[in-house]
Ligand binder design. Structure first.
Ligand SMILES: *Cc1c(COP(=O)(O)O)cnc(C)c1O
Length: 597
């Protein structure tokens, strides 16, 4: 590929696929959505898990709804991590490079940020995401791998969530500060900045720097910038109550990396006295803040008292996650279901049982094929498949299902089931990696009687097969740590029934015995509650009352699909955060305080 930068406004002269131009997007976008990761397609390794998939579904929905948005993320040339297992079930990690030039186009614009007193140049690549109706949305992927950069800076945008704290801070400088400047360099007129998680909070700090207050309006120890102005432009979505999910940087390091950028005492007023907490920074600089489910907004409010944290419950992009056979069935009953998933609400009354079951059998046989090809295990189409796939980390408790092997064998002897697992652990999450190895040991102990497979290298493609082809979707987080969870929504709109601990989104979606089942996690050991529900409710229904099972599949499709979708989510962001900022239903009696912790 030629290294010569192309003009942002130039189309390709010839060839089958014209290069998208930035021109048409310029006049439209008023809202910029910043995310460290965005899952656009499986071949583009610009995501690690749920946060990125949510950002991808956000972009897909905003294209469908023709919202005036532009998306900003890192190019992540080396991806997140490629996962294999050794004979002992240990996670083996390697870089996961991809080919940006296959999917995106480098733009001519280029901006600089000063990092460690060096100029670091950042160039955006344009990925054009198109909705089913042909409406495009621009995703800008930021890249520091330019010949004009020092060798050590060329890799800043390489490894998603890689490296140490210094590397992470540099990535967040590129995302937040360079991202903001790239939008300006390209001529975007942005009025609203949406920070998807705290990683992008430096964009708000860069905005703040532009609005100093006149010297006679502040005294020593006070903020010398116009916070209200920044808040009126910024929206912040927080995504996790887990402490490790909130970036904290030592001020000494921040000062070394961003030497002379801003007076650190000013940052302390906004981001905490002891270290720079990116969540606090975002909270203090945003005029609208939300958690990603009702339960999570309550948890986040308890974690950050004094802030008005709303709830916009996550949703998934229905056309993206629906299996083609079910999609064809849905299409027979409504031509609008993809654009307007609310219409699914009547589908419990409309869908013929046999057609739903046929479509599910097809999705299941594709999953069985994939498992045979990837793991050389032959699943039985007559036995229910329990699916569990997500980031492997302690609070998600992927080992809860394996707490009592004798009980598992006992249940299996009378009502056989099979299990498919998948998920990566972050390279620095040793407990997560230990869980992966431990689960492999348990799988070996239960084999060959119980068929259990752990698929390597979980990604968008595996996720699509799994959430459509399983029979039961299992989730066992430790409450209240699952902020929302989204994989269960994907399963539900394929008629895959959720069996889940009541946390995150499931608190809002579970109607016992109708949309799925709850694992009651109080009083007793959660694993006992899980086994009891499996043995006495879920498996008997699967084996002895198929009509009621299919009835539940249709309840799940209609009740969950019609609400827990990204179209509803984006309409809410548009109405409550992007346009209005202050919904009339909740009067704010005080401005969010500036706290230092
Ligand atoms: C949906 C999805 C997730 C999120 O799963 P949760 O159960 O919400 O944690 C993670 N990774 C991939 C690839 C997904 O598609």
């Amino acid at each position: 590929m030629s290294n010569a930068p192309r003009s942002p406004d130039e189309g390709q002269a010839s060839g089958p696929s014209p290069i998208p131009t930035i021109g048409p997007f310029l006049g439209l976008a008023r809202i910029a959505y910043f995310s460290m990761e965005i899952a656009l397609r499986a071949e583009m390794h610009t995501y690690s898990g749920g946060l990125g998939v949510l950002a991808g579904d956000t972009a897909r929905a905003s294209a469908d709804l023709e919202l005036p948005m532009v998306f900003v993320t890192l190019l992540s040339r080396q991806g997140y991590l490629h996962q294999r297992f050794d004979a002992a079930g240990e996670q083996i990690e390697s870089p996961d490079p991809w080919l940006p030039e296959r999917y995106a186009v480098p733009l001519r614009a280029k901006v600089a940020v000063i990092i460690e007193c060096r100029e670091v140049w950042v160039r955006p690549w344009l990925y054009k995401l198109e909705s089913a109706l042909g409406n495009p949305v621009a995703v800008l992927l930021l890249d520091t791998d330019l010949p004009e950069n020092a060798p050590e800076d060329r890799g800043i945008t390489d490894a998603l969530y890689g490296g140490d704290d210094v590397y992470r801070l540099k990535q967040e400088i590129v995302l937040g500060i360079a991202g903001l400047r790239v939008l300006q360099a390209l001529g975007f007129q942005i009025g609203t900045y949406h920070m998807n998680e705290g990683h992008a909070a430096l964009l708000a700090l860069d905005l703040l720097r532009r609005y100093p207050r006149p010297a006679d309006t502040w005294t020593a120890g006070e903020l010398r910038y116009d916070v209200a102005r920044v808040r009126s432009a910024c929206i912040f979505t927080t995504h996790t109550p887990v402490e490790a999910g909130h970036d904290r940087f030592a001020y000494a390091m921040f000062e070394r990396v961003l030497h002379g950028y801003i007076d650190i005492d000013q940052v302390r007023l906004l981001a905490g006295a002891h270290d720079l907490n990116m969540t606090l920074l975002a909270l203090n600089l945003s005029g609208y803040v939300n958690g990603v489910a009702i339960r999570h907004a309550q948890t986040a409010t308890a974690m950050f008292p004094g802030y008005d944290i709303r709830a916009v419950t996550n949703g998934v992009h229905v056309p993206h996650w629906t299996h083609p056979r079910l999609a064809a069935l849905y299409h027979r009953h409504s031509h609008d279901w993809g654009y307007d998933p609310e219409v699914l609400v009547r589908f419990d009354q409309l869908l013929p049982d046999a057609a739903v079951w046929d479509a599910h059998r097809q999705a299941k046989s594709e999953l069985i094929e994939m498992v045979a090809a990837r793991a050389q295990v032959q699943l039985d189409p007559e036995q229910p498949v329990l699916g569990f796939a997500r980031r492997m980390t302690a609070y998600k408790r992927p080992d809860l299902l394996f707490a009592d092997l004798a009980r598992l064998r006992d249940i299996h002897a009378r009502q056989p089931y099979q299990i498919v697992l998948a998920g990566k652990a972050h390279p620095r999450d040793q407990p997560g990696k230990d869980l992966i190895r431990r689960i492999h040991e348990l799988i070996r102990e239960l084999a060959p009687r119980i068929r259990i497979v752990f698929l390597a290298n979980f990604d968008l493609d595996i996720a699509r097969r799994l959430v459509a082809g399983a029979d039961v979707w299992l989730n066992t987080p430790l409450p209240p740590l699952e902020a929302s969870g989204t994989s269960g929504m994907k399963a539900a709109l394929n008629g895959v029934l959720n069996l889940s601990v009541l946390d995150g989104w499931w608190v809002e979606a579970c109607i016992e015995g109708v949309t799925g089942w709850a694992i009651e996690d109080h009083q007793r050991d959660a694993s006992v509650a899980l086994y009891d529900k499996l043995e006495h409710t879920v498996l008997p229904l699967y084996y002895h009352d198929r009509a009621r099972w299919i009835w539940m599949m249709k309840q799940s499709i209609s009740k969950i699909g019609s609400y827990f979708n990204s179209h509803r989510m984006m309409r809410r962001y548009a109405a409550e955060a992007y346009i209005q900022r202050r919904p009339a239903v909740r009067v704010v009696s005080h401005a969010p305080p500036i706290v230092s912790s």
